[in-house]
Ligand binder design. Structure first.
Ligand code: M6R
Length: 365
């Protein structure tokens, strides 16, 4: 049932090209436009929406962070994002002009479900992004945007995350189109970039031996930092969660620009810093942050787009991802981080598919 792979997690990591492809193709019609069959949100409905909340937990929350970037950029609607366990208890401002987006792989996460019910009771319209047909979150939503990841068995979420990202981009494009805030050229360009993703994910997966080698060097460290700017700061959170949940290494993610406000105090010789530097727009700023940590003798593993070899001067190792638009890099950037977490845990001999203290779906508060 593991299809020849040693663990479900590895199988699911390798299923990502197909999962992303399936999620995309379900929503693109013959004219190359996004079709939201079965979703009732109309242009008129949208005209009444003044604010969007995205609420989720764990990895799904990290996908939501990228969704906020995409929706604000493409649709120009303000988006607030929160973890479900906080949202429920903080008296958020919600009314019938609010669109509430819940993201949940299982559709059974109790905190997410309770947040959804709270939003509904204040009149919000509910759209969920979910991987399980007929799950509680799906049943209690006005509309459901399914991810087509197939069953995810490993506790550490991988293909659910990349397919949730695809949904967030599609929702952002769709809303951008309805609000008239994106040009046809940009819409077509991002869709093309998305359609190229399955191949580019595969090219990134092909680097697994290189990443396994890196894991072999670094598996016995006790502390790892993930840094990045823009969407890379959100991917940093996901890379850090993956590593800590299956390898039990104390990892910490921070927006690179925040380092100098405290965390840089922790840098000392050989501290491991995984620096995500995929954003062309922010490359020079990120480069300066890498120089700052390198000056403290940190061991810097950078993730950058192919062609940005300038980064090699300041990095101990560089993992390259294929060229693509800044907006959609998270789908690729996360791949080496998933593989790194996997190989570190494997070399340490941990129970990868069932890490200690964790359950696949968290149905308690
Ligand atoms: O089923 P859900 O997407 O609602 O689950 C949310 C989180 O519990 C889940 O993503 C968790 O953080 C994973 N173990 C992360 O790998």
């Amino acid at each position: 049932e593991k299809g020849g792979y040693e663990h479900f997690m590895l199988k699911e990591i390798h299923e990502q090209p197909k999962a992303v492809q399936d999620t995309l193709l379900r929503r693109i019609d013959d004219d190359g436009r996004i079709c939201l069959d079965g979703i009732s949100l109309t242009k008129e409905d949208l005209q009444n929406i003044t604010k969007i909340y995205i609420v989720a937990c764990g990895t799904a929350y990290h996908a939501g962070l990228i969704g906020k970037y995409a929706i604000e950029k493409m649709a120009r609607i303000p988006v607030e994002i929160d973890v479900a366990s906080e949202f429920r208890y903080r008296d958020p401002v919600i009314d019938e002009k609010t669109l509430f987006i819940a993201i949940s792989q299982s559709g059974e996460t109790l905190d997410t479900l309770a947040a959804l019910r709270e939003a509904r009771s204040h009149g919000a319209r509910i759209l969920s992004v979910c991987n399980v047909v007929g799950s509680s979150v799906a049943r209690e939503s006005d509309d459901v945007f399914y991810t087509w990841a197939g069953p995810e068995i490993a506790v550490a979420s991988t293909k659910a995350y990349t397919t949730q990202l695809v949904c967030m981009y599609l929702i952002a494009l769709y809303l951008g189109d309805l609000t008239g805030n994106i040009s046809r050229e940009y819409y077509d360009h991002i869709l093309e970039e998305l359609l190229a993703m399955p191949d580019k994910i595969q090219q990134t997966l092909d680097k697994a031996p290189e990443i396994e080698e890196l894991a072999r060097h670094l598996y016995n460290r006790t502390q790892v930092f993930f840094i990045g700017r823009g969407v890379d700061s959100a991917v940093a959170l996901e890379g850090s969660l993956k590593l800590k949940e299956i390898s039990y290494i104390n990892s910490f993610a921070i927006a690179a620009g925040e380092l100098k406000h405290g965390t840089i105090a922790l840098m000392e010789p050989e501290t491991i810093v995984i620096a995500l530097a995929t954003q062309d727009r922010l490359f020079e700023k990120m480069y300066s942050n890498i120089v700052e940590v390198k000056a403290r003798m940190a061991h810097v593993v950078s993730v950058a787009k192919e062609g940005n070899d300038k980064i090699e001067a300041e990095s101990t190792e560089v993992i390259y991802i294929p060229q693509c638009d800044d907006e959609v890099t998270p789908i690729l950037t996360v791949i080496p981080l998933q593989l790194f977490a996997y190989y570190v845990a494997k070399i340490k001999g941990e129970d990868i598919d069932k890490p200690r203290n964790l359950a696949k779906s968290v149905t308690v508060e």
